[in-house]
Design a binder for this molecule. Structure first.
Ligand SMILES: [Zn+2]
Length: 275
């Protein structure tokens, strides 16, 4: 099998838990063998309508994600000239787009999961179910924890390039497969999801992929998306929503899961520009 990032042969293996992954010694990408991947059409096509409970839960979750979103928005608006339009591919419930919209940007999203899409539409966002249905071009495009789900990232990034204005920005976040926590926890690491994640990135692999896909990397760093502010927002959200009667108090196990994710969930973040 050929490396989907750099086309060198996948010449090594890496065993994590019960899964034997394929590895590329040229660019350091790690790839889930096709037979171990879940069928994308069954994973993302949940045909549930948006229930009132799911909507209330999305509101609480938006509260908890607020500090993270402010930090992401600051990353984008710090660039000169500042973008005036943005497309978020894999926009989930549209939290990031909502923040950009409030700062005057023209925004659109793509989200294959129907319930998340229904929530984003409920708050007035323009969200399509696939890239093919998005019209026009944008000053910026984000892929937040999306690229690792894409088995063939080169043609996918080419389609992203087409959606950007000249010099347009690309903001990518993927799990960092090289983090020490992944080594320590092995298959228990929060983002080790080989059935969902087709490609596992190192900083080097991501940089090489972007450079050969027509982008110039402005910055690339390893970081923890959830800060102390996120934890405070989580506690505050729980208190507030418990008072409104919209949500039950989180169980101890949920709290532990959150703490575990905050500690071990390290990602690679990268801002690039269309070359
Ligand atoms: Zn490679």
């Amino acid at each position: 099998m050929i490396c989907p990032l750099c086309t060198a042969p996948l010449d090594a293996t890496q065993r994590v838990g019960r899964t034997t992954m394929l590895a590329c010694s040229a660019c350091s990408a790690v790839v889930t063998p096709p037979q171990d991947r879940a069928d994308a059409s069954t994973v993302y096509a949940n045909d549930y309508a948006l229930s009132s409970f799911a909507a209330a839960s999305a509101e609480r979750y938006r509260f908890f994600r607020f500090p993270e979103m402010q930090s992401l928005v600051a990353d984008v608006l710090r660039v000169e000239p500042a973008p005036t339009s943005w497309l978020d591919v894999g926009c989930d419930r549209g939290y990031f787009l909502d923040e950009l919209r409030r700062r005057g940007l023209r925004v659109a999203g793509v989200e294959p999961a129907s319930q998340a899409r229904a929530y984003a539409r409920m708050v007035g966002l323009d969200v399509a179910d696939s890239m093919m249905r998005v019209e026009g071009v944008f000053d910026g495009l984000s892929l937040f924890h999306v690229l690792e789900h894409v088995p063939e990232p080169v043609p996918f990034l080419a389609s992203c390039l087409e959606k950007l204005t000249p010099q347009g920005l690309l903001y990518i976040r993927v799990p960092d497969f090289t983090t020490i926590w992944r080594t320590i926890f092995g298959h228990r690491w929060i983002w080790f999801q080989p059935h969902l994640h087709a490609v596992h990135y190192s900083p080097k692999a991501l940089r090489l992929l972007l450079e050969r896909s027509g982008f110039t990397v402005l910055w690339l760093k390893q970081r923890r998306p959830n800060t102390l502010a996120t934890r405070r927002a989580y506690r505050l959200a729980n208190d507030v929503f418990a008072r409104t009667g919209q949500h039950v108090r989180p169980r101890f196990r949920d709290q532990c899961a959150r703490l575990y994710q905050d500690v071990t969930g390290i990602e690679i973040a990268c801002l690039a520009r269309k070359a």
